[in-house]
Design a protein around this ligand. Structure first.
Ligand code: MSP
Length: 507
């Protein structure tokens, strides 16, 4: 049986239309999911939306519609956006799904019955736009540490989750599972800023708004967002019922999350799972933000365009490639249209596009599009052929370490070498002499192999472009097992591919 791989994105708040920051996490999750599928894993890739809470209730009121009507429209758009970005999710969960509501209620009741949830009184500082509660120390200046806006003081009867009980168990878990939180810096942040200073019990219900999942045994309470949201990762698989899907896919292999929600995924979520007696996810990776003009791209700041505008102008793979290549995964990075154009022209047009069109054209011109390897090698071939042969293991290692930008860098290094190889071997000179034709064919063959191997690996990242390249090479064997083919024969006739990428004018 194939090994399984369960990967998730956060479930996004549909409080406003999605922006390039949401695309960022989702594109990366998609690339990893595709890569694992191509490597033979049985992948379950889940994304979705986190639909309850005061902020959405308020937004809907402003818009004069019900909260459900409000989110329905945004979700329709979000699904359309994921489709235009070629996001290959296996399941889209909505926290308003009936099955989720019912299962969250069951989980809440179970935790209450076993004493992990109790009733108390909540006093605290609340940031409405961020839907976050803060302690006096965290919001010392009366401002939300995330967005800088005013927090308000609130007191109400509420249910609490005994988070404090899990402090030592969490520390122990971090110690015995050194890769649970990545990158390392985020783990230290969690330990030093949150766990070691002491965990307080967590407020998990609200009476001050109604747009949420009711507590079945105390109906004036709705379940506060984090219990409702985090459990999406298991309710989708059927939990609390031990369904075959649950048994197969849980625990998750990778939760990809933005850095500001690492805390919820590495403290609250593991504690809930411990309370439920369930296994913990293998890894939570906290990535950085895409920044515009020095600030986070954000719905509440309204400083962004509909991502479909970029897709329509520059093409889906230009947007995907930028998200995957530009920023070391884990760090913050700047998003600008100028940087997107520079990347597209520099890598996709000049390195990839030119190589593919030049090589295929030569194959057609010199050999009528049918190229095999006559084996007339020269020493100079080694730098290219060796790096083509090593590429699969190099890239897989990078993807496993979630160094996605470096994985792409390695692929483009080989493409760059292909271009250099054309300059070094000067095929147009070889073509002038009849007795050099076998050598010329080996040269073209080596180039085609470089392109083929790169295109197979690139499928995970820029699938539409890879498809076009496969068509140009006229090959059908394109899953990762084809990386091990030693001698692909290009005997079906190369086809001049449509321009892969148009050069974009910088102004
Ligand atoms: N609903 C919660 C998550 C619950 S998961 C059980 C939430 N939603 S969110 O819509 O505010 O953000 C979702 C994700 O999008 C976060 O991981 C966040 O980091 C990411 N991004 C939002 N803006 C971003 C950028 N500008 N750049 C990169 N990622 C960003 O939090």
């Amino acid at each position: 049986m194939n090994k399984k791989f369960y990967i998730t994105t956060p479930i996004y708040y549909p409080s406003a239309e999605f922006h390039i920051g949401h695309c960022y996490t989702t594109i990366i999750a998609d690339a990893i999911a595709r890569y694992k599928r191509l490597s033979g894993y049985d992948v379950f890739f889940q994304t979705g939306t986190d639909e309850h809470g005061l902020k959405i209730e308020n937004k809907a009121k402003e818009a004069g519609v019900t909260p459900k009507e409000y989110v329905d429209k945004i979700i329709e758009n979000a699904k359309d956006l994921w489709q235009s970005l070629n996001i290959s999710y296996d399941f889209f969960i909505r926290t308003t799904d009936d099955f989720h509501v019912k299962r969250v209620q069951e989980i809440f009741k179970k935790l209450y019955d076993q004493g992990d949830i109790y009733k108390g009184e909540y006093k605290g500082l609340y940031c409405v736009p961020c839907e976050s509660f803060w302690t006096e120390t965290q919001a010392a200046d009366g401002k939300c540490p995330d967005c800088g806006r005013d927090v308000t003081e609130v007191t109400e009867e509420a249910y609490f989750f005994r988070l404090s009980k899990y402090q030592h168990k969490l520390e122990e878990f971090y110690e015995t599972h050194p890769h649970f939180i990545e990158p390392e810096s985020r783990k230290n942040e969690m330990l030093n800023n949150f766990i070691r200073p002491g965990l307080e019990d967590l407020c998990v219900s609200r009476t001050s708004f109604t747009w949420g999942i009711p507590v079945t045994f105390d109906e004036k309470h709705v379940i506060y967002v984090w219990i409702d949201a985090l459990t999406n990762y298991i309710t989708s698989l059927g939990y609390p019922e031990e369904t075959p899907e649950f048994k197969k896919y849980w625990p998750a292999d990778l939760h990809l999350v933005g850095k500001e929600i690492v805390r919820f995924h590495t403290i609250i979520w593991p504690a809930i799972l411990m309370a439920l007696g369930l296994e913990l996810p293998h890894q939570v990776f906290g990535h950085g933000w895409l920044i515009i003009d020095g600030g986070k791209i954000s719905k509440s700041l309204g400083n962004y365009k509909d991502p479909r505008e970029y897709i329509n102008t520059y093409g889906v793979d230009a947007v995907r490639y930028f998200a995957l290549r530009e920023v070391p995964f884990g760090s913050d990075g700047t998003f600008s249209e100028k940087a997107l154009i520079t990347r597209t022209n520099g890598d996709l047009c000049n390195i990839l596009g030119n190589l593919v069109s030049r090589t295929i054209q030569m194959g057609i011109k010199y050999f009528n599009g049918v190229v095999k390897n006559p084996g007339v090698s020269e020493d100079i071939d080694a730098y290219l052929v060796d790096s083509i042969n090593n590429l699969k293991s190099v890239v897989s290692e990078k993807v496993d370490a979630l160094k996605i930008n470096e994985a792409l860098e390695c692929i483009f290094e080989v493409l760059r070498k292909c271009n250099k190889y054309i300059d070094d071997t000067t095929p147009w000179v070889l073509a002038k002499e009849e007795d050099k034709l076998p050598r010329l064919e080996t040269v073209i063959y080596n180039l085609l192999e470089g392109i083929r191997i790169c295109a197979i690996l690139l499928q995970a990242f820029i699938p539409t472009t890879s498809e076009k390249i496969f068509k140009g090479l006229n090959i059908t064997n394109t899953d990762f097992s084809a990386l091990d083919i030693k001698e692909e024969v290009y005997n079906l006739g190369l086809e001049k591919p449509a321009n892969l990428f148009e050069r974009i004018k910088e102004d």
